[in-house]
Design a protein around this ligand. Structure first.
Ligand code: SAH
Length: 362
């Protein structure tokens, strides 16, 4: 029997010790891993699909409910895996957006944000507790990285929100707290799990990963077998500005990043999104727009201009609407595909950069 106890539950990346035995969260297991375990134990591979169906389609939360499996197979599953829980401790709602605060089994807190679009429900998931990238304008990153999330903790954000709202999530963006490319292996397992046709079956074109520009991982990402969207938090047209606001630029500067994107495009042929926060007096004048246009000329991309969400702890200010429109017009004239991001969640601190991993909930 598996006994749940937070005190016994100790995170060792993907495995957890329960009653002195290494157990793995079933939500962090890819179908290939499941098949491997079955074959090793003289069971038939096809049961992996049945198990996935119970977990992700029928959504049962004990192995004993998997009535089309033999007793010995259920025992094998019980001996190796457990049904991990993710506790929701707060939900805040605004018009088209809800924010969920989750408590992980080691008491750390993370958040996910649900946005209702006309095309479906999009969930912004977190990938780490805290973040080490240190972007000057970002509230989420003020808490340094405590640890990576496991793939199961990322999967559970989706399952839990779907259960709470009684609806399917149609799109996932990995744009919550954390730098996904600083947690690469768990990110890839997460995508593998949610994308699998026998599980949650989220289409790869409905999944977007956003990075501040961890260049070596962009090359690895290009080689993956799925068609997942990539977004780059660029936020500046040159090294001078980018160095000031994003420390990652000192490791991988603008030209290294742009070369990586060109290489990514030649491998994947998939259009890339560049995110560009409009920061008053920092990166938002006409010459910045022209420089951005020449930097991106010929690249299959579009630019998403993001009105900055001001936060009380950070002194950057939002560019005025008219100036954002002027910036937009210059890019358009220069034939760069550009959109201005619709704003969500400003009232409940759920907007980009405002997710806070507070130590304790008051
Ligand atoms: N670390 C990844 C994932 C976080 S995504 C990345 O950097 O891409 C969060 C997005 O919101 C990033 O583009 C980030 O730069 C942006 N962002 C951060 N703070 C913001 C703020 N206050 N207002 C608007 N966008 C912000």
């Amino acid at each position: 029997m598996i006994i749940w106890s937070n005190k016994l539950t100790n995170f060792l990346n993907k495995s957890t010790i329960i009653m002195g035995v290494y157990m793995k969260s079933i939500y962090g297991v890819t179908i290939d891993e499941l098949e491997g375990l079955l074959v090793e134990n003289n069971e038939k591979k096809f049961h992996a699909g049945q198990i996935y169906d119970w977990i992700y389609v029928k959504r049962v939360d004990t192995f004993s409910k998997m009535t089309n499996l033999s007793k010995s197979l259920i025992k094998l599953l019980e001996d190796n895996f457990y049904f991990e829980k993710l506790e929701v401790i707060k939900e805040q709602k605004d018009k088209d957006v809800s924010k969920f605060l989750f408590k992980l089994s080691d008491e750390n807190l993370i958040e996910a944000v649900l946005m209702n679009h006309d095309y479906g429900n999009s969930l912004c998931v977190s990938s780490q507790v805290g973040c080490n990238m240190g972007c000057r304008f970002c509230e989420s990153g003020r808490l340094k990285k405590v640890r990576n999330l496991t793939s199961s903790e990322m999967v559970l954000q989706i399952l839990k929100v779907e259960k709470l709202i009684g609806k399917r999530i149609s799109h996932v963006v990995v744009m919550g707290i954390g730098e996904p490319f600083d947690n690469y292996d768990n990110l890839v397992s997460f995508i593998t799990i949610i994308n699998h046709a026998k599980g949650i079956a989220l289409g790869s074109r409905h999944i977007t990963v956003s990075t501040c520009g961890v260049v070596p991982k962009i090359y690895e990402f290009a080689k993956l077998p799925f068609q997942v969207n990539l977004a780059i938090s660029l936020h500046a047209p040159n090294d001078k500005i980018r160095n000031e606001i994003m420390p990652i630029n000192k490791a991988y500067n603008v030209s290294t990043l742009i070369k990586a994107i060109k290489d990514y495009l030649s491998i994947t042929n998939r259009r890339v999104t560049f995110e560009y926060i409009m920061l008053d007096g920092v990166n938002d004048n006409a010459s910045n727009a022209k420089e951005l246009a020449s930097l991106l000329r010929g690249i299959n991309c579009y630019v998403n201009l993001i009105p900055y969400n001001e936060t009380e702890n950070i002194s950057f200010k939002r560019t005025e609407k008219e100036k954002i429109l002027k910036f937009y017009d210059i890019l358009k004239k220069e034939k760069i595909n550009v959109t201005i991001r619709r704003e969500f969640g400003g009232n409940i601190d759920a907007a980009c950069g405002q997710l806070r991993a507070k130590g304790k909930v008051k």
